[in-house]
Design a binder for this molecule. Structure first.
Ligand code: F6P
Length: 544
């Protein structure tokens, strides 16, 4: 993109939105429903079975229209076209961000198309052989356990999607497990009951240079060597997914078991690529294809739907409104599905690694806040823990309820109703008068009721979005994840940051390398002191 860049707060729509925020900040969402009972109809939007309800946000139709103006002034739709056309929007690394090509929503760069098709084909054959039980290890035993060794995007997407889509209960296909941390405990737990003769490791690393993953790959090799015994070749127990295929081969992984990953697929956008191998092993080719089809449906919608009906655009704009105009600092993800228990962790990387930035396209510092702090946990579990802060804490928190409707049985109905009840109660709250009345109705003396009522009152007015899915299946999950990916793009584009690099995390990696090289003198006094204290703790108490 060569056009001159204007920071968002210098665009004309920004001051219109500031004026609207001054008014809406003091207006309760419940009051907006009283004024306009048709809010649900006008502020909920559907696509291919997925429903996005924005009616419980602190927003009204004129504000949404002003946000759409902001998107127009920021030339968002040129940005979307540039994204799908493979322009190098990752301008610091001079790369495209073409994860949509993996879902068939746009072409891959012509020079990569053949390699990509070939590696996808090999990945499918490899997954099919594992699923059918025909793939054996060095001793001839079939592989029954697959362990993915990866971190960040090489772990969170596959881990979350396998949890979401694999039905509970014993599986006919190999079991899939994940190890991410350099903390050996995770490796030991994952392998505690494993038979080396029937175990295969996938070393999953785009760079094949990530310290945690390489340490775990070494641990896996030692574990196999010890377990398989002399004369058995551990190579039959390894595969790899990487962009650095030569380094993977140099590590000792057979070339025909290395599945390439194109450079233009960012780690946090990579589950659609060969990084999704564990998911394909778990759910099979047709399940994986349905997952891609769901994401493709959202891609096509994002590219073609007008802004006022475009789900990722509207979701992105609403989030930006909360962050920059209502001053809401965090976004809590509340999936009402045990299968989505790692969804918040996946989204944390997607949002915070993409948009947790301050440097704008023109090199200047952002004049407005960028990514919110993303966190969360599954309903109904969170209701008995951190929801208290939503009810009576001192901050407003933006909430995303993700609700797969699912089967028509009593537990599932109750799960869905709980989600709706939380969103409704957190919007309505409980006034002091209502609290007083309920205490009086219980027969409390007036003085006691007056003493307790403020402790029962809840301000409410927590803004929430509800995403309703027909079920937690592969198609819907693909749609949902692509919805969030594009939402992140919308916000990053308007803020004017590069959503596709991650130089911040690189600084932490450099520091870790320097500490492990033992360069204590170059560090601040606290770090040097901690290093010395840890060293002392490693020594036995008698100092020997
Ligand atoms: O440290 C951050 C990061 O670079 C992520 O962006 C990436 O998903 C993760 O590390 C893992 O990287 P790799 O796949 O190269 O091992």
């Amino acid at each position: 993109m060569t056009e001159p860049f204007t920071p968002p707060h210098r665009l004309p729509a920004w001051s219109v939105l500031e004026n609207r925020a001054n008014r809406l900040r003091s207006t309760r969402v419940a009051e907006l429903f009283e004024r306009d009972p048709s809010r649900f109809t006008t502020l909920s939007f559907g696509h291919r079975g997925l429903l996005l309800d924005l009616s419980k946000q602190s927003i009204d139709a004129p504000t949404l229209a002003a946000l759409v103006d902001l998107a127009g002034q920021a030339r968002l739709f040129d940005g979307i076209e540039a994204l799908f056309a493979g322009e190098h929007l990752n301008f610091t690394e001079d790369r495209a961000a073409l994860h949509m090509a993996l879902r068939g929503a746009c072409p891959a760069p012509p020079q990569d198309a053949a390699t990509l098709a070939h590696s996808q084909q090999r990945m499918r054959a490899f997954a099919a052989a594992l699923r059918s039980g025909t793939m054996t290890g060095a001793s001839g035993k079939p592989i029954r356990l697959v362990v993915n060794l990866g971190i960040g995007g090489s772990d969170l997407g596959p881990r979350m999607t396998v949890q979401a889509l694999l039905p509970a209960g014993p599986q006919a296909t190999p079991e899939v497990r994940f190890v991410a941390n350099i903390d050996r405990r995770e490796f030991d737990e994952a392998l505690a009951d494993a038979d080396p003769a029937g175990t295969l490791f996938i070393v999953s690393s785009k760079s094949f240079a990530t310290a945690e993953t390489l340490a775990n790959a070494q641990a896996a090799r030692s574990w196999l060597q010890a377990g398989l015994g002399a004369g058995c070749d551990p190579a039959l127990h390894f595969a790899a997914v990487s962009n650095a295929t030569d380094i993977a081969v140099a590590f000792g992984i057979a070339a025909e078991r290395v599945f390439p990953l194109p450079e233009w697929v960012g780690g946090r956008y990579s589950v659609w690529s060969t990084i999704g191998l564990p998911l394909m092993i778990a759910i099979g080719e047709s399940g994986f294809d349905a997952f891609l089809a769901g994401a493709r449906a959202m891609d096509e919608h994002f590219r073609n739907a007008p802004p006022g009906e475009n789900l990722p655009v509207l979701m992105g704009l609403t989030g930006l409104w909360n962050t920059d105009f209502l001053g809401i600092e965090s976004l809590a993800l509340l999936p009402y599905a045990h299968g989505l228990r790692s969804f918040a962790a996946w989204l944390q990387q997607l949002e915070m690694e993409s948009n947790g930035k301050r440097c704008l396209r023109d090199g200047s510092a952002s004049g407005v806040h960028t990514s919110p702090i993303v966190w969360g946990g599954v309903g109904t579990v969170g209701q008995h823990a951190f929801h208290q802060l939503f009810y009576q804490g001192t901050r407003r928190v933006a909430l995303d309820f993700i609700v797969p409707v699912g089967a028509d049985d009593a537990c599932q109905r109750s799960l869905v109703e709980n989600a709706f009840a939380q969103a409704a109660a957190l919007m309505a709250g409980r006034s002091l008068d209502t609290a007083l009345a309920s205490l009086r109705a219980k027969g409390l003396a007036e003085s006691e009721a007056a003493r307790l009522a403020p402790h029962l009152a809840c301000p409410g007015n927590q803004p929430s979005t509800t995403v309703l899915l027909p079920a937690l299946d592969a198609f819907s999950l693909g749609q949902l994840m692509a919805l969030y990916e594009h939402k992140v793009f919308v916000q990053g584009w308007i803020w004017g940051i590069n959503s596709f690099d991650q130089y911040g995390v690189e600084l932490g990696k450099e520091m870790a390398r320097s500490l492990s090289a033992g360069a204590r003198e170059n560090h601040d006094a606290s770090t040097a002191g901690l290093m010395a204290a840890a060293e002392a703790m490693r020594r036995p108490p008698d100092g020997s």
